[in-house]
Design a protein around this ligand. Structure first.
Ligand SMILES: [Zn+2]
Length: 112
């Protein structure tokens, strides 16, 4: 018998994960009915997408800087700007793709 922790009441019974369709107890799913495994998988996928998003943005900025601006001084400042763009782009890409992945929850029919 599990102690009540103030989460969903146990009387709710079993639910299937909205993403993979496996059946879990209500207490093991989050509020959009995803199991921990699917949440972790979505986070990893979003992290990868975010890194590529950051590389793309930083690459575009770096190309613009060195092809258009052609800096001869303050190279370090430009490199800093490119790195900051990579970091920001990675975070934005990660949060955006995680939100999109989560919003698609339920697109796969539950397997009983
Ligand atoms: Zn799942």
């Amino acid at each position: 018998m599990r102690l009540r922790t103030g989460r969903l009441p146990d009387v709710a019974g079993d639910f299937s994960c909205a993403s993979c369709g496996q059946v879990f107890r209500a207490a093991d799913l989050d509020r959009v009915l995803w199991c921990e495994e699917c949440i972790a998988a979505a986070r990893r996928k979003a992290q990868r997408i975010g890194i590529w998003f950051g590389i793309g943005l930083a690459g575009a900025l770096a190309a613009w800087v060195f092809l258009v601006e052609k800096p001869t001084i303050m190279i370090g400042g430009w490199i800093g700007a490119v790195l900051a763009t990579f970091w920001l782009g990675m975070r934005i890409g990660r949060e955006l793709s995680y939100g999109i992945l989560r919003a698609r929850s339920g697109s796969r029919p539950p397997v009983q």
